[in-house]
Ligand binder design. Structure first.
Ligand code: AMP
Ligand code: GLY
Length: 422
């Protein structure tokens, strides 16, 4: 089969690496990819949100199967366009991707499906939003409706912060179109966990547990990032709780989306708060987590390409997805300053040394090659140093041994990834 992966992060590197191992993969392309992906796939210079060009490339190159990594092209309708051309694709339609693309829509579906979530209100008028706050307790959570690159959620500790967030979003237009609406939501307390399921429109299969560390600092402190590392399995979600989440969240969402004529096909990534009242959904994402995908792909025993194809073809009910009995840890190396401003084009050496161990793989995110052949950083999160081991502790030790082989004076990482599982 001829396969195209869309995206350029560590998640897409892990997907390409896994897909390339399948005997069914004859040709693998990635648009736009990065320096690490170039070792697994042929790079195509088309941006992940250039829908027309991606569809054109898939047609011209007789691509059989497209795997979409990030949410933005899905929300823009890439999967719909490809299916119209008769090209099979892993990833939801725009109508189903609205589960991530609109927080108000996600809430509407949760209510209709009876999925437990925080109480909320939805507003496009600042005065109405502020009036609603009069009856709410603090802290309170304010979320821009649309895609805001992870910056659209404000946890306001007092009324001034809440009013300011409402003005920033609805009046000043801080998030543009993504902030033409907002939701105001009850603040939930508990342990935050992630849950992943493949859904084919009718059936669903839970993936192995995987958890990221969002905070930039050790001990899970400091500002949130896209994820500074991940580990799998995650003890916060033992197997018996996975079937509970399937029944509580995944199955009702699948039924509701199908009943509306917009079945969800792809991977649903559920953010949950384990409250004293039971699990409640914080958000849906319509894609793999990054860096959670890196640990999941590393642990997959079943041919990943066949699992993605079974999802696209509605064949999950008879699919047997298996995981290796070992743990995996991904340590993200980021540019100094991230998630604030950081330098680009700094030189990274030692990746080959880090990968010398056969249980280590370095997934690239923001990297490119200079004309002189040096590896350069071009993003905030730059490398995902991934190792396996008999348990999280062993995988963690191996991952940090590999990190220590990398010579990148302008980079940093957390030294405690996986601590909750050790
Ligand atoms: P979201 O993108 O909706 O997951 O929000 C980003 C982060 O904000 C989450 O990972 C949580 O840490 C936090 N958060 C979101 N909603 C709530 C809530 N209702 N209560 C407490 N924390 C929340
Ligand atoms: N690691 C969290 C995310 O991908 O959204």
């Amino acid at each position: 089969m001829r396969i195209l992966v869309v995206g350029s992060g560590g998640r897409e590197h892990a997907l390409c690496w896994a897909i390339k191992q399948s005997p069914l993969c004859e040709a693998l392309y990635c648009a736009p990819g990065n320096a690490g992906i170039a070792e697994e796939a042929e790079l195509v210079a088309i941006g992940a949100e250039d829908i027309d060009a991606l569809v054109g490339f898939a047609k011209d190159q007789a691509i059989d199967f497209v795997v979409v990594g990030p949410e933005a092209p899905l929300v823009l309708g890439l999967a719909d366009r490809l299916r119209e051309e008769g090209i099979s694709v892993f990833g939801p339609s725009a109508a189903a991707a609205a589960l991530e693309g609109s927080k108000a829509f996600a809430k509407e579906i949760m209510i209709e499906a009876g999925v437990p979530t925080a109480a909320y209100g939805e507003f496009s008028d600042a005065d109405a939003a502020k009036a609603f706050l009069d009856d709410q307790t603090l802290p309170i959570v304010i979320k821009a409706d649309g895609l805001a690159a992870g910056k659209g959620v404000i946890i306001a500790q007092n009324r001034e912060e809440a009013d300011q967030a409402i003005d920033d979003i609805l009046v000043a237009g801080q998030f543009g179109e993504a902030g033409s609406k907002l939701i105001i939501e009850e603040f939930l307390e508990g342990e935050e966990i992630s849950f992943f399921a493949l859904m084919d429109g009718k059936s669903a299969v839970a993936l192995a547990s995987a958890q990221d560390h969002k905070a930039v600092g050790e001990g899970d402190t400091g500002p949130n990032t896209g994820g500074m590392g991940a580990y799998s399995p995650a003890p916060a979600l033992p197997d018996d709780r996975r079937s509970e989440i399937m029944e509580l969240v995944i199955d009702p969402v699948a039924e509701t989306m199908a009943a509306r004529g917009t079945p969800f096909q792809g991977v649903l990534f559920v953010g949950l708060m384990m409250t004293s009242d039971g699990p409640k959904v914080l958000e849906f994402n319509v894609r793999f987590g990054d860096p959670e995908c890196q640990v999941l792909m590393t642990r997959a025993m079943t041919d990943v390409l066949t699992a993605l194809m079974a999802t696209a073809d509605g064949m999950l009910s008879s699919f047997d997805l298996r995981w290796k009995d070992e743990a995996a840890v991904t340590v993200v190396m980021a540019a100094e300053g991230y998630p604030g401003s950081y330098k680009k084009n700094t030189v990274i050496a030692g990746v080959e040394k880090a990968e010398a161990h056969d249980q280590v793989k370095v997934f690239h995110a923001g990297t490119t090659n200079s004309k002189a052949g040096e590896l350069l950083s071009i993003g905030g999160r730059v490398l995902g140093v991934t190792a396996t081991g008999e348990d999280v502790k062993a995988a963690q030790a191996r991952a940090y041994q590999a990190v220590d082989q990398i010579d990148w004076p302008d980079g940093f990482c957390r030294r405690d990834i996986g601590w909750r599982a050790v």
